[in-house]
Design a protein around this ligand. Structure first.
Ligand code: PFF
Length: 443
């Protein structure tokens, strides 16, 4: 058997994992969910969930990948026997589901970017809506989806070091730099404080009990961290014993949360400064693609430059995430069927394209795919992971972390959280999310 690939360095892994985490979820998802009305309660819940329940699960997902050295499909079976194969399948099906519609969103992003570069921005709301209608339907949406998948496939077929690590090392720092510049620029707008206040700082305590706010916070935390569905298993299976996983997990979660917040500090000032609150209050999956170009369109050349930078950075963020989504089926096929990387990439990419067609042609389907695959299944996966490493194979957790010399107090803390806090809290989040989702759909 060929030797398993390895990351070139510690930072290569951290940047690749952060690249997976930072994506359209931080830019599009955060704006979309934060604008659904949770305000500061949404933000606090989201941060609390990341710190208290997601961090231990993130470490456990990394442990599962590194300690088995297996792909997400086989890791649960290799760790605890064939009874756990459904978990492996969940790890493959969920990224395929997300990857299918994620490529559609990437297509919209690419279209908006190209339009901003060559034709400029819409001059009013109705023009923006017409433009969004044109990029989210018909053949152009399929083209955007296809191009995005092909670019993703090129990177993944170049391998872990030569493709994924190389792109992440380049893309993540550029993305962070662009984001900082744009957040500083947004801080100079007239509606800046109003924007922060309305969407991020206004605390309405009753929102803590609103099931939709709770679902949004759980979904945002898991989706944004790429957590619960085997992505981190795949990436960590290419690690050696040196990396201190708790440290890596904290780095990934910090970068991801910082990017989410910075993105909110860009979108909301723009929305408030240009009187687009109404557009965003009827929030849909298309919000960002309508409100942002409309607002920036009133600023002439500056607006156009900002739009180009924003959608370019969104596209970089998206591609470092979509490569991680593709890597899961690819590594699983390579592991299970013994195929070469190129063949596995070719088949998986074709599958993603076909699976994404319904989302490409119907916004309603896309929204539903996002709620199930990008929401409920990730939370379910997170729950299973906490049970698996906390209770089913706890020694694996201890041994792996002891092997990399991580601080034993940190280890004890993580283990405690993983066993006693994550399972009930995630179970609660899962139940609230499922009930809320069905209620939304049936109303
Ligand atoms: N975390 C990515 C984002 O925020 O856009 C998207 C994502 C990638 C979600 C991988 C889930 C996943 F497994």
């Amino acid at each position: 058997m060929a030797l398993r690939e390895q990351w070139r360095s510690r930072w290569g892994f951290v940047l690749a994992a952060a690249g997976s985490a930072v994506g359209l979820g931080n830019l599009w998802g955060f704006a979309y969910r934060a604008s659904e009305g949770g305000g500061a309660a949404f933000l606090l819940l989201y941060i609390l969930i990341v710190l208290v329940v997601c961090l231990p699960v993130l470490v456990s997902e990394m442990v599962l990948g590194r300690s088995t050295g297996s792909s997400p499909l086989l890791a649960p079976v290799n760790a605890a026997g064939p009874r756990w194969s459904p978990m492996g399948w969940l790890f493959v099906i969920a990224p395929l589901g997300i990857g299918s519609y994620y490529a559609v969103l990437m297509g919209w992003t690419l279209d908006t970017l190209i339009h901003s570069i060559f034709f400029g921005l819409p001059s009013n709301l109705s023009e923006a809506e017409t433009f969004f209608g044109s990029i989210s339907s018909g053949s152009s949406v399929l083209l955007g989806q296809l191009i995005s998948l092909l670019l993703t496939a090129i990177v993944v077929s170049a391998g872990v070091r030569g493709g994924i690590e190389r792109l992440s090392r380049l893309g993540v720092p550029i993305l962070f730099g662009l984001l900082l510049i744009l957040a500083l620029w947004a801080a100079t707008l007239s509606g800046t404080w109003e924007g922060y206040r309305t969407f991020l700082l206004k605390l309405d305590a009753s929102q803590f009990f609103n099931p939709s706010t709770i679902r949004n916070a759980f979904t945002q935390a898991f989706f944004s961290l790429s957590l619960g569905i085997g992505i981190m298993v795949a990436y960590s299976s290419y690690l050696d014993k040196k990396n201190q996983l708790p440290k890596e997990a904290v780095s990934v979660a910090s970068i991801d949360t910082a990017v989410g917040l910075l993105a909110g500090m860009i979108t909301f000032p723009i929305v408030m400064s240009f009187g687009l609150k109404e557009v965003i209050s009827g929030s849909t999956v298309g919000t960002l693609f309508i409100s942002l170009p409309t607002g920036l369109g009133t600023l002439g050349l500056t607006g156009r430059v900002v739009a180009i930078l924003f959608f370019a950075l969104a596209y970089i963020a998206a591609i470092t995430s979509s490569i991680s989504l593709l890597e899961v089926p690819v590594s699983s096929i390579m592991d299970r069927l013994g195929w070469g990387r190129s063949k596995a990439v070719f088949v998986s990419t074709g599958l993603l394209f076909v699976l994404g067609i319904p989302s490409a042609l119907n916004l309603d389907v896309l929204g539903k795919m996002d709620s199930i695959f990008g929401g409920v299944l990730l939370i379910l996966g997170g729950f299973l992971l906490s049970i698996f490493l906390g209770w089913v194979v706890p020694n694996r957790f201890d041994e792996d972390l002891a092997g990399c010399n991580s601080n034993h107090r940190v280890r004890r803390y993580l283990k405690f959280m993983l066993r006693w806090v994550s399972p009930p809290v995630i179970a609660f989040g899962l139940i609230v999310s499922v009930v809320d989702l069905f209620q939304n759909w049936s109303s």
